[in-house]
Ligand binder design. Structure first.
Ligand SMILES: Nc1ncnc2c1ncn2[C@@H]1O[C@H](COP(=O)(O)OP(=O)(O)O)[C@@H](O)[C@H]1O
Ligand SMILES: CC(C)(COP(=O)(O)O)[C@@H](O)C(=O)NCCC(=O)O
Ligand SMILES: [K+]
Length: 249
């Protein structure tokens, strides 16, 4: 069985694949290394033969997780590394090693699935956009605060914006102007994300007309999906790229 991990700034997304690498037998989202190990230990009949991982965390933090996985399951961990070029995609950063690895893998996955120009939008802690032309050239991208950062900035830098998660979830059932603080903030930030999406679409159209594929991924992709019916919602896009960057040896 293969363990796949996507270590973002807020959460670790994990899944276990059978050796063929086709179907996920288990998956989850956890907030810490410890919670990850606990979730895995609780799986009946888990026999890991391989593990691959992508991380945007500090090297030291990632090394700690790799060591913990080795200790708990005796498995060697293959970590995605930056590359100037892979699978027909050319990294467009001046310093290719500085491009976030989650962005890079989502780009590889998107270009593989689209077989043409694509716009990859990822909604996690940060919201990111990346433009890949039909010839595989990465034109670059944009990084903005995502939903968790926007809402937390409002909560921490104002005196009177306070509400709980349950209220936040209820507030997003509609996007009409808010009549409570929680509605006003949650809907306002959602509309900011949608505005971000619209701007990226406009730019992509200016480059490629209608001849491109839009991918939505990341934990908050659902918040914008309704505004881009033509987009492909691919929650596991980073994992598609991870399998390309870390093939089983
Ligand atoms: N099962 C889940 N657990 C935690 N967060 C989730 C879950 N499903 C969706 N989310 C949303 O995903 C967002 C985090 O997205 P994610 O792509 O995991 O970020 P990152 O990669 O930066 O850690 C949170 O704002 C949260 O609203
Ligand atoms: C832009 C990001 C913070 C997004 O991280 P995420 O929201 O997925 O946790 C991450 O890809 C990153 O740290 N990138 C390095 C900076 C860059 O891509 O330019
Ligand atoms: K991410």
């Amino acid at each position: 069985m293969i363990l796949e991990l996507d270590c973002g700034n807020s959460f670790i997304k994990w899944r276990v694949l059978d050796l063929g690498g086709t179907s996920a037998s288990a998956e989850g989202v956890v907030g810490s290394d410890l919670a990850l190990i606990d979730s895995l230990v609780a799986l009946p009949g888990l026999l890991l033969t391989h593990c691959r991982l992508v991380s945007v965390r500090a090297l030291e933090e990632t090394s700690k997780l790799v060591a913990a996985l080795h200790e708990a399951f005796g498995v060697a961990v293959s970590c995605a590394a930056p590359a100037r070029e892979m699978a027909g995609v050319r990294n467009g950063y001046e310093d290719f090693e500085r491009l976030g690895l989650d962005r890079w893998l989502a780009m590889l996955g998107g270009f593989k699935l689209a077989r043409g120009a694509c716009l990859v939008l990822d909604f996690g802690t940060a919201a990111t956009a990346d433009f890949i032309a039909a010839d595989g050239e990465h034109l670059g991208g944009f990084i903005c605060p995502g939903m968790p950062l926007m809402r937390n900035q409002l909560r921490t830098h104002t005196r009177k914006i306070r509400y709980d998660d349950a209220a936040a979830e209820r507030a997003l059932e509609r996007l009409s102007p808010g009549r409570t603080t929680v509605e006003a903030v949650e809907r306002g930030c959602t509309l900011m994300l949608r505005g971000f999406v619209m701007t990226q679409l406009e730019l992509a159209r200016s480059y490629w007309g209608d001849d491109f594929t839009v991918f939505l991924t990341g934990g908050d992709a659902d918040l914008v999906a309704g505004a881009v019916p033509q987009a492909r919602l691919v929650p596991d896009l980073v994992f598609v790229g991870l399998a390309m960057a870390c093939p089983l040896s």
